[in-house]
Design a protein around this ligand. Structure first.
Ligand code: ATP
Length: 259
């Protein structure tokens, strides 16, 4: 049995998930301390979204357990205030304006009125949405939708924030704002679980990374350690290491696996 780390924000034990005969996750265990920015990497189809859905209690594993801040994710009532989740396809109402959407979510999450008002204005301002805050989301660009969805995922000030490709569709200024937010948020004691294909962002913000490949964690540790261990050569970047680990460079790892 893996030991339970007392201050772990996210503790997953031997998670398995099959969709019919398709095995998406094949024994994933994670122990992520509070205050960590954890970069979750893996090629398309590795199982990242599946893992995030299990870690946030949105989907049930075939076997294995998850606790977030000590709360079993099956306890949805206790879990909801602790967790924020920005999924790949965020749920937004086209008929609402950004301000109405955020007010609606704040209400749903029981954020006290004063706090909600202050935070909504702060996030609208931070993500350059104030001028468009009363326009229908249905008229927004992809980036404006993404920024609204990001604000909605953090509005209740969750202890543990799960972000699936948070910078998708964002311009460089907005990417920087998200990056800065992630660092500040973790510095204030929260935990951020960040799944993205943009490796320089992970390199810039993550305290630890995990590389998922074919439903298993195949490398884990500090970004520098993962890079060093991948034997990707001197001066290698996390991207070089990622490609080495997952066989996406010259394909040699894949060829080895197929022999
Ligand atoms: N609802 C589903 N039904 C059947 N198979 C699924 C379902 N959801 C995911 N899968 C399969 O599980 C595997 C992992 O998918 P997942 O979406 O978790 O990968 P991912 O790492 O998030 O990929 P990407 O980087 O492309 O978003 C894939 O083989 C996928 O086809």
């Amino acid at each position: 049995m893996p030991s339970t780390t007392p201050n772990a924000a996210i503790e997953a034990t031997d998670l398995r998930k099959a969709y019919g005969s398709e095995v998406a996750l094949d024994g994933v265990s994670l122990s992520i301390p509070s205050g960590t920015v954890y970069g979750f990497l893996g090629p398309n189809g590795a199982g990242k979204t599946t893992t995030m859905r299990l870690l946030t209690g949105l989907s049930r594993p075939s076997s294995g357990t998850v606790r977030v801040r000590g709360v079993p994710v099956t306890d949805r009532r206790k879990l909801a205030p602790l967790v924020g989740y920005l999924p790949e396809t965020p749920p937004l109402y086209d008929e609402f304006s950004a301000r109405e959407q955020l007010e609606y979510v704040a209400d749903l999450r029981d954020v006290p009125r004063e706090d909600a008002h202050r935070r909504i204005e702060e996030y609208l301002d931070r993500f350059d949405l104030t001028a468009d805050a009363d326009r229908r989301i249905g008229t927004y660009s992809k980036g404006m939708r993404q920024k609204t969805a990001f604000a909605q995922s953090v509005l209740h000030d969750p202890d543990v924030l799960f972000l699936d490709e948070p910078t998708a569709g964002l311009d460089p200024k907005a990417v920087r704002r998200i990056r800065e937010f992630v660092v500040e948020y973790a510095d204030a004691g929260a935990t951020v679980f960040l799944s993205t294909h943009i490796l320089p962002i992970v390199e810039a913000v993550a305290d630890a990374v995990g590389v998922l490949f074919d439903g298993r964690v195949v490398a884990e540790g500090a970004p520098e350690a993962v890079t060093a261990r991948a034997e990707a050569g001197e001066n290698a970047s996390l991207e070089d290491a990622f490609l080495e680990i997952t066989g996406g460079g010259d394909g040699s790892r894949v060829a080895e696996a197929e022999e």
